[in-house]
Design a protein. Structure first.
Length: 319
């Protein structure tokens, strides 16, 4: 409908120009008696049969009009077919986005289940092993040196296993996301990452981040997490800045949460278009929520990740 409204003024203008030109030519021809002059000129070249030229040109015009009309019908059919194909493509794209959203939700549900199992089962077993090992070490320290050494080894192994479980829990499910909120979770993630890699990491949150739906929280958290992983692998940065902006309450339709991650590392090579699975995964998460993500060289050097996530309507009003 928008396409028809856009093209209709142009078509009407063209028709008005043609009609005006024909009327003007008719008035001029009647005033100058062009037909009589052409007929008189053609009679002098009777042996060349030039007096038949007007009828021939009239037939040529009719033939061109017929040709144009057939091409117009073909064009209409082609445009309808293309419109139908674009509509089908749009439906498929929306279906793919819904499927991606469902897959991400199922993935997060499975991660939550695994995190709960690790915490409830493996974590408790690690604690029990450590307690038993500590008890054995305490009881045999002065009597059985070998048993004491073995107990201490078991205790150290349990400590290591607990550290592994905690690391797996953090990767499977953002710890404290449900209880502490997104900002606190990101602060903990960035503090841990900064301590591990020796890189300064700053979070700047503008607006209230509480009350976001789980899909948006997870998408923002995973985007920051994957970006930090990429920076640690490739950037050799000294400083990372994460900016999150959420509009104030009662904003209009189409408001978004914006996420920007800047680092001062080596940046992207000139003309680089290669994207790894991490960037692809970030893009899929953001696109599944109707947002967009871009990764490019930062103006001041390093790499910039920009993500824009739409706010659900009900959340905008309740913000």
């Amino acid at each position: 409908m928008m396409s028809k409204k856009f093209h209709r003024p142009t078509a009407m203008t063209d028709l008005a120009i043609i009609a005006g030109t024909v009327i003007a030519f008719f008035v001029l021809a009647a005033h100058l008696e062009l037909s009589e002059k052409v007929a008189a000129w053609g009679r002098s070249y009777e042996h060349w049969q030039l007096d038949e030229l007007p009828l021939t040109l009239l037939l040529l015009s009719a033939g061109l009009a017929w040709f144009s009309q057939r091409r117009w019908r073909e064009l209409v059919v082609e445009v309808r077919a293309r419109s139908a194909a674009e509509a089908a493509g749009a439906r498929m794209l929306e279906q793919n986005r819904q499927l991606a959203r469902q897959l991400i939700q199922l993935q997060e549900q499975e991660r939550r289940h695994l995190a709960r199992e690790l915490h409830d089962e493996l974590g408790q077993c690690c604690v029990a092993i450590k307690v038993d090992a500590s008890s054995i070490a305490h009881d045999t320290r002065d009597r059985l040196e070998t048993a004491y050494v073995c107990a201490r080894a078991i205790e150290q192994t349990a400590d290591h296993l607990q550290d592994v479980v905690r690391s797996m829990l953090r990767r499977l499910r953002p710890m404290g996301l449900d209880e502490l909120g997104l900002a606190a979770c990101l602060q903990g993630l960035m503090a841990s990452w900064s301590e591990r890699h020796g890189t300064a990491c700053v979070l700047r949150a503008d607006g209230v981040l509480d009350g976001l739906d789980e899909a948006t929280n997870i998408a923002i958290y995973r985007t920051v997490q994957e970006s930090l992983t990429n920076i640690a692998k490739h950037a050799r940065a000294n400083r990372v800045v994460v900016d999150i902006h959420r509009p104030a309450a009662a904003m209009s339709e189409g408001d978004c949460i914006t996420l920007r991650i800047d680092d001062d590392g080596e940046g992207m090579s000139a003309g680089s278009t290669r994207e790894g699975l991490g960037i692809f995964g970030m893009g899929e998460r953001v696109h599944a929520l109707g947002g967009r993500l871009s990764v490019a060289a930062a103006p001041s050097g390093g790499t910039r990740v920009d993500a824009v996530l739409p706010l659900p309507g009900g959340m905008r009003q309740a913000a």
